[in-house]
Design a protein around this ligand. Structure first.
Ligand code: PEP
Length: 260
């Protein structure tokens, strides 16, 4: 049986306020993680702090993620960041299609798809976020919304390309609200996503692709969520801003990995 390594990624969003604070946070996570390799870890820092954070993570197993990028290689795109700029700043990963971009900035599946292809071409590992709103869940549309996001965001990818993509299922109603999906609710959607991947890319790819859960993950709910068979990690917002909380979630991931 194939075992997917647990992957815990932090999404700092537009935090912390200074590069010194960003470096200190990265250093604290780095010291806490040490050289442990049971769990894959990455930090998603604001674009302006990526180089500084990269220096703090130097020689550690921790990956570094941009929180967004443009699909173009270069050109007249004021305020944007390209995949090669992220790589140059030390990134290994990039978060794409976060709900705060989809719902706050009107980012579409088609744009996510263009960014995804550009990230893969550049050699970045993309973390593609999908998830339904409360209204969509309450009107029983969770599966159709998630299926539509998968179809649009992953359009045109080969199974080989898909093997490099991480998905993050993040119900919009659980992000930053303190309201977490129950392990049962999350597992049901993760299993649906994996079945959808199997139908589209084949069984082998469906077994390789990691699906993180995101939405108010904390040290005290992480172990139960990560213990679900189709939940392969977490994308963590608020709790990634406090090293001890983030390290608590990583420790939950380590416990689950050892038991798997
Ligand atoms: C996120 O930003 O992706 C997220 C899941 O945030 P939080 O953990 O704060 O809900």
């Amino acid at each position: 049986m194939l075992t997917r390594k647990i992957f815990i990624a932090g999404n700092w969003k537009m935090n912390p306020g200074t590069s010194e604070q960003a470096k200190a946070l990265a250093k604290a996570v780095r010291e806490g993680v040490g050289s442990a390799s049971e769990v894959e870890v990455a930090l998603g820092a604001p674009a302006i702090f990526l180089s500084a954070v990269s220096e703090s993570l130097n020689d550690s197993p921790i990956g570094l993620a941009g929180q967004n990028m443009h699909w173009a290689k270069d050109g007249a795109y004021t305020g944007e960041t390209s995949a090669s700029m992220l790589l140059d700043s030390g990134c290994t990963h990039v978060i794409l299609g976060h709900s705060e971009r989809r719902h706050g900035m009107g980012e579409t599946d088609e744009q996510v798809n263009r960014k995804l292809k550009s990230a893969l071409e550049a050699g970045l590992y993309p973390i593609v976020c999908i998830g339904e709103t409360l209204e969509e869940r309450e009107s029983d549309r969770t599966e159709s919304v998630v299926a539509g996001q998968l179809t649009g965001s992953l359009a045109g990818l080969s199974p080989e390309e898909m093997n490099k993509v991480v998905l993050a299922y993040e119900p919009v109603w659980a992000i930053g609200t303190g309201r977490t999906a129950t392990p049962g609710q999350a597992q049901d959607v993760h299993a649906f996503i994996r079945r959808t991947l199997a139908a589209r890319f084949g069984e082998k790819t469906a077994l390789i692709v990691k699906i993180q859960y995101g939405g108010s993950v904390k040290p005290d709910n992480a172990e139960e969520l990560l213990g679900c068979p189709d939940i392969d990690g977490a994308l963590v917002g608020g709790a990634s801003l406090k090293a001890s909380d983030f390290l608590g979630i990583i420790e939950a991931g380590r416990k689950v990995s050892v038991a798997r």
